[in-house]
Design a protein around this ligand. Structure first.
Ligand SMILES: NC(=O)c1ccc[n+]([C@@H]2O[C@H](COP(=O)([O-])OP(=O)(O)OC[C@H]3O[C@@H](n4cnc5c(N)ncnc54)[C@H](OP(=O)(O)O)[C@@H]3O)[C@@H](O)[C@H]2O)c1
Length: 257
């Protein structure tokens, strides 16, 4: 078995009906993993599962709103019933429902963003990591963001949730490392998904953002999936607690000098 091979491993990925989560599900399957595809919409997840099965992979779909603890419990129960174990956990689902300064953010939006993007990740970790440790370990990959590293004028609560995800990955890495579980966060730059639609569908805004990367283009979901498969695999077996920017070099680019 090569270092990048995920054969025999079981991956649970939230928010995998589209966007980055779907790309990770497809690539994890190509690397040999059995994949549990989930989001709030079962039919959309089933389409991803059908596609994976048509290309010879193993996958199953579950509807799960990550902000509802009972849904997360049902997701874990489904994964264990279908495949008997969870080796790779990727809490990927997140929302960013508001745009505007912090002074205008309602308590409702604040709580919803933090519950969906952060608290739910901790809930899912609490449900999965003890069993993962009993099986000898595994890999957990949280989705942070490039905005976790900068001040954000208009997506402030979202940026707080993503900075906290990076910290949660570090905390969990310390806590679970002795039991064989690695925990890292991936911080994408701007990736062409529904999430960033408002930005990349505006040609001027898209060009501006592309120009702020070294590679002079926006990210594709598959650009993030490669990093996730790497972190899930034994190729990353000595990497834990890290915050890995996958941003086409946006974080190191400066137009000055
Ligand atoms: N795209 C970017 O530029 C970018 C940049 C940095 C970080 N990220 C991070 O990357 C991750 C994936 O983002 P994306 O761009 O792929 O987003 P996306 O295209 O909007 O997809 C979001 C996925 O999450 C699901 N979802 C939304 N709310 C959910 C909930 N409450 N419970 C369960 N599933 C839910 C959606 O499916 P349903 O609607 O069917 O539930 C969908 O499958 C997020 O953590 C995001 O913060 C994205």
């Amino acid at each position: 078995m090569g270092l990048f091979d995920l054969s025999g491993r079981v991956a649970v990925i939230t928010g995998s009906s589209r966007g980055i989560g779907r790309a990770i599900a497809r690539e994890a399957s190509r690397a040999g993993a059995s994949v549990v595809v989930s989001s709030r919409k079962l039919d959309a997840c089933q389409r991803v599962v059908d596609e994976i099965r048509e290309s010879g992979g193993r996958a199953t779909a579950v509807a799960c709103n990550v902000g509802v603890k009972a849904d997360l419990e049902a997701l874990v129960a489904h994964a264990l019933r279908e495949y008997g174990r969870i080796d790779i956990l990727i809490p990927n689902a997140a929302i960013n429902p508001a745009y505007g300064p912090s002074s205008e953010v309602s308590d409702e939006v604040w709580n919803k963003v933090l519950t969906t993007n952060l608290t739910a990740t901790n809930w899912l970790s609490q449900l999965v990591l003890p069993g993962m440790a009993e099986n000898g370990g595994g890999s957990v990959i949280l989705l942070s963001s490039i905005v976790a590293t900068v001040g954000a004028a208009n997506i402030g609560v979202y940026a707080i949730s993503k900075a906290a995800e990076a910290q949660l990955a570090r905390n969990l890495a310390v806590e679970w490392g002795p039991r064989g579980i690695r925990v890292n966060s991936i911080a994408p730059g701007v990736v062409k998904t529904d999430f960033a639609k408002a930005l990349y569908e505006n040609p001027k805004a898209a060009a501006t953002v592309a120009n702020m990367t070294c590679l002079k283009r926006l990210g594709e979901p598959e650009d993030i999936a490669g990093a996730a498969v790497f972190l899930a695999s034994d190729a990353a077996r000595y990497i834990t607690g890290q915050f890995i920017l996958v941003d086409g070099g946006a974080s190191i680019f400066t137009p000055i000098g």
